[in-house]
Design a binder for this molecule. Structure first.
Ligand code: ADP
Ligand code: ASP
Ligand code: MG
Length: 463
């Protein structure tokens, strides 16, 4: 079971989470817990680290430390009863001292590497996990806290977006977690945080606690992997954009992957991979409405009733156009684009090439735009490519559903609906799985476009 940041935002919410865990544990389940940082803390840690490296003011660090200390102490006081509180406060003190020292060092060095960023941002989970574990203990359950690294997740050293070494992780997680389960102890593991093979702290990229849960679940051959969050499961669209978005009772692994890849923040894009490998069902449920069944994600499901299941939106992306009449008929241009961007670790979210072969369009994360443009300019110095330009004023929208494979007319309906609201489509792509159609529109048109598509496919209507 993984609990997200909003589920553990304060002391009473942590108590609620601990009672939930107890309820399932008492019903004769073995439970492994993965927990996120208290909501907002990872953002705050990244922000102060950046500020420290830019301004070097230790006074900023001291006032940040005061706030983070007060928040965690008061959360601990509310979530933990009796004896356990003292031990946790000692542990929090030690962690907070480490954090302060690291931030002060960054002030002096005026430098923030990806590696030190991971060390700093790991404190969110390293502070929340002991509190939840102690809250369980004060309910008379046996529990221990582990970091992702302690639990056996070993990654490469690609800081901020580390990739698990799966074979080693599988073996180590089993070795370390099984004995705890045999002793009826509930492990509370930090989400998002792992370690490389030298024991240096790494992170699995933002939102990565979901991935921690599925890595652990798969390694231990769990019966199910449960992601507890702040909505009633995976919905037909982001409920923050579409007020009548509806919970999907069941979806396939493929649909969940496409949805999370194309912006449904409710699941980290890599969550489903380990589950697929072991055929483990994933459930997404609401911590604040625990009687709701949520969404079940399984291999394939009963007869497909809906062609389109959901509409997603990705913000903070940028479109890059590469063009030049010299590109036509020259083999390897696309390959060089991929290689150049691969070298700098940029992730190409979408790509399309016109049939004239005179231009290639691609979408990357906005944070990787400058690096990507530089890499492309360095790669194409000769005359093949004439222009490389970009547009940051865009969003990617995707419609997702297994049912569209082999059904004609879906794209027609999508683009007719967009035509109705006058949205200009700047790029289109369809995965070969045919489980999604994705396209790029102007930021200004994006919310209206999601709304129109949600209505077109009647996604808000109860089935
Ligand atoms: P957690 O802190 O539990 O990991 P997140 O904030 O990462 O939670 O993800 C949950 C949020 O994802 C929801 O509050 C919702 O606003 C957003 N979201 C975006 N798309 C969807 C969707 N299709 N279904 C459900 N939630 C979605
Ligand atoms: N705390 C981390 C983040 O905010 C990981 C997570 O919440 O999944 O990105
Ligand atoms: Mg999340």
């Amino acid at each position: 079971m993984k609990f997200g940041g909003t589920s553990v935002a304060d002391g009473s919410k942590i108590k609620n989470v601990a009672s939930l865990i107890k309820r399932f544990y008492d019903a004769k389940n073995e439970v492994i817990v993965v927990v996120s940082a208290l909501s907002g803390v990872t953002d705050q840690l990244e922000k102060i680290a950046k500020k420290a490296s830019e301004d070097g003011k230790t006074s900023d660090v001291r006032s940040f430390m005061k706030n983070i200390k007060e928040r965690h102490y008061s959360v601990a006081k509310e979530a933990i009863a009796g004896e356990e509180l003292k031990a946790v406060v000692e542990e929090l003190n030690a962690r907070l001292k480490d954090l302060e020292n690291a931030l002060i060092s960054i002030c002096h060095l005026r430098e923030l590497t990806a590696r030190s960023n991971d060390y700093i941002s790991s404190f969110g989970e390293r502070l929340s996990a002991p509190i939840l574990s102690a809250s369980l203990k004060s309910m008379n359950l046996s529990s221990v806290t582990l970091t992702g690294g302690d639990a056996g997740i070993v990654t490469d050293s690609n800081f901020k977006n580390a990739r698990p070494l799966l074979d080693m992780t599988d073996i180590k997680v089993k070795e370390r977690i099984s004995p705890l389960l045999q002793k009826q102890t509930i492990p509370v593991i930090t989400g998002f945080v792992a370690a490389d093979d030298k024991g240096i702290i790494t992170t699995l990229s933002r939102g990565g606690s979901d991935y921690t849960a599925s890595l652990i679940g798969a390694a231990i051959d769990a019966d199910e992997i449960w992601i507890w969050t702040d909505v009633n499961g995976i919905m037909t669209s982001d409920p923050r954009i579409i007020s009548d978005a509806r919970t999907l009772p069941t979806i396939s692994y493929l649909e969940a992957m496409e949805l999370s890849y194309f912006g449904a923040k409710v699941l980290h894009p890599k969550t489903i991979e380990p589950a697929i490998k072991k055929g483990i069902a994933v459930r997404v449920r609401n911590t604040f409405n625990s009687d709701h069944p949520g969404t079940l994600i399984v291999n394939s499901h009963e007869e497909i009733k809906d062609i389109i299941k959901a509409v997603t939106l990705i913000r903070n992306v940028a479109l890059i156009h590469i063009s030049g009449s010299g590109m036509a008929g020259i083999p390897g241009v696309a390959g060089r684009v991929f290689t150049a961007l691969g070298r700098i670790g940029a992730n190409i979210m979408m790509i399309s090439q016109s049939s004239s072969e005179a231009n290639i369009s691609l979408v990357v994360d906005e944070s990787q735009l400058d690096l990507s443009l530089n890499a492309l300019k360095t790669e194409f110095t000769e005359n093949i490519v004439k222009d490389i330009f970009y547009d940051k004023n865009i969003c990617v929208i995707a419609v997702v559903g297994d049912g569209m494979a082999g059904i004609p007319g879906v794209a027609g309906r999508v683009f007719t609906a967009l035509g109705r609201i006058g949205a200009n489509i700047m790029m289109i792509s369809q995965g070969s799985s045919e489980a999604n159609i994705s396209f790029v529109v102007n930021k200004a048109d994006s919310q209206k476009a999601v709304r129109e598509l949600h209505d077109e496919f009647k996604l808000g209507v109860e089935r």
